[in-house]
Each structure stands twice: as C-alpha cells, then as structure tokens.
Design a protein around this ligand. Structure first.
Ligand code: AMP
Length: 282
C-alpha cells in the first residue's frame, strides 16, 4: 500500500488519476482502522475508480483534557485494512504538514454544532470542519464517505458542503457493530475486559429506544427517561447526554413528528463512547 506524507505528493497522484479520467472517492479517518472504517473504504471503492484514505489524528479537534496523546496509532495495520478493503493510497501527514506555522484560518459552524457533542466538546466541530475542508481542498474527491456512528459529524459535514458550495457528494454509511452490539470504535481499545462488558449498555439501550419507536411511541421524554434509567442501572456508566434532536437542525424536540436522531455519549470509566439511531430507520 502506498503511503504518502506530503500535500504535494497526494495532489500529484490525484491529478494524474484525473488526467486518466478516473473518479476519486475519499475516506477521512484518524486511523487505528477497524471494520467500521473498512465498510466506508469498500463503499468508496465500489463507487469510484480510486479511493484515498487519510489517516490523520487531527490535534485541532481535541480539547485540552482529551485523549490526543493517547489516541491509538498503528499505520502498518491501517495499511493492511486499506489494502484488503480496496483502497488505493493512504495520505498520512504530520501535524506540521497540515498546520504550517502561522496557521490562522478556521471553518466554524453555528446551530448544528451547539447541541450534543458540541456542548461537551466545544472546540471539536471547529477542528473537524477546518480539517475536513483542508482535506477536501487537498484531495478534491468526487465523493466522500462518513459513518453514521458519528451522526452529528455527518450532519455537520453535509451542511458545510451545502453552505459553502463544495462540489463533493457526501455519502453516509451505517454503523458497524461487534457481534455483542457494541459499535466499533478506535476508542474501544481503551476499555478493560470489565469495561467492555459494561459498555454493552450503550447498544442495549439504543436497541431499547429503537423498539419503543418501532412500537409507536412518539413522546421523546418517555423514550429518553426509559433509556436513561437503563444506562443508570450500569454501575460503571456515567451519562454525558442522551437526547432526541431534529435531524436537520440538531435541536431537541419533544415529539417524534419529523426525521430525528436519538444520540448518546456515555462514559465507561474514563472512556467516552457514543452511539445513536435515526428514528426513520428503526
Ligand atoms: P474516526 O477514525 O473515528 O475519525 O472515523 C473515521 C470515519 O469512520 C468517520 O466517518 C466515522 O463515522 C467512521 N466510523 C467510525 N466507526 C464506525 C463504525 N462503527 N461504523 C461506521 N462508521 C464508522
């Protein structure tokens, strides 16, 4: 698998593909790739002639007390996953390549970033929007692939692309779970065996919420109360948020009368995990 580390190299590669008339798909990641990332890469390689996968732990999207330094990294394993999933090249820049000294331009979004993860991670989406814009400008893909696992991020990116007239099609892909139900995440590696067991409370509660919606419950408070009670029954779990929001605005709603997102962030010990479902998809 070819790994390039500079902006010039990846640009030249994409330019030469373009000259041949090939289409380009793009999968931005922070690496430590698992089956969730692989599903995005497979989708891209089905829909495009060439697929670029970026592996970049973006310092700008981490808050001061977050896990930037401990975030897991393994470029050799990532390279195998990209190869097996049909990707063509990895873009793996150093932070200094992406943020030259004196860097001072940012992409910021209001409204959609103010709820859910935006509340507990105030600098997060500014970092995400800025790095994704930069990566889009560098790679210039036809299509880019994002997981529904990070549902708010997917909504934010779709909105940014529309607001700023970026000529890129954004494709959302379903959450990939372990057999146990636990949503695959690079951060699952932080969990001890005992915590991994406790972490199943997230998916169990998501499935419970889905059942309530499937059975016709429209009252968000009733759904959320039941979900919160379930999570609180797990001693190692501490709720950051469990909310139901309008899928287009990410603002909280009381009744399920429009497409909505039910999303949660829960600490298992020190590890913050997220999970969600779209109410339209139950
Ligand atoms: P990350 O490396 O965590 O920044 O994720 C890179 C991309 O992979 C994002 O678009 C994520 O939403 C997506 N992703 C991560 N985990 C999963 C999963 N379990 N299922 C589907 N997509 C995922």
């Amino acid at each position: 698998m070819k790994i390039v580390r500079t902006i010039d190299e990846i640009r030249n590669q994409v330019k030469s593909w373009r000259k041949e008339g090939l289409t380009v798909g793009f999968v931005p990641t922070m690496g430590y790739l698992h089956e969730g990332h692989a599903s995005l890469i497979r989708k891209s390689s089905e829909q495009n002639d060439r697929t670029v996968v970026s592996v970049f732990v973006n310092p700008m999207q981490f808050g001061v007390n977050e896990d930037l330094d401990s975030y897991p990294r393994d470029i050799e394993h990532d390279s195998e996953v990209v190869e097996e999933s049909g990707g063509d090249i990895i873009f793996n820049p150093e932070p200094e390549e992406m943020y030259k000294s004196g860097f001072s331009s940012f992409v910021d979004m209001t409204v959609l970033t103010e709820e859910l993860c935006g509340l507990s991670r105030p600098v997060h989406f500014r970092g995400v929007c800025t790095v994704v814009t930069k990566l889009f400008n560098i790679v210039k893909p036809d299509r880019a692939y994002f997981g529904q696992k990070d549902a708010q991020q997917l909504a934010v990116i779709k909105h940014m692309v529309s607001d700023l007239n970026m000529d890129i099609e954004i494709i959302g892909c379903p959450i990939v779970r372990e057999e146990s139900g636990l949503a695959k995440s690079s951060r699952n590696t932080y969990l001890s065996d005992k915590e991994r067991e406790s972490a199943l409370i997230l998916s169990k509660t998501i499935f419970m919420g889905m059942d309530m919606v499937r059975n016709g419950e429209k009252d968000c408070k009733k759904i959320l109360d039941a979900m919160k009670k379930n999570i609180e029954s797990e001693p190692l779990a501490k709720i950051d948020y469990v909310k139901i929001v309008d899928l287009n605005t990410m603002q909280q709603i009381d009744t399920l009368d429009r497409p909505a997102l039910c999303a949660m962030a829960v600490y298992i010990g020190k590890t913050r995990l997220i999970d969600n479902f779209f109410t339209e998809q139950v």
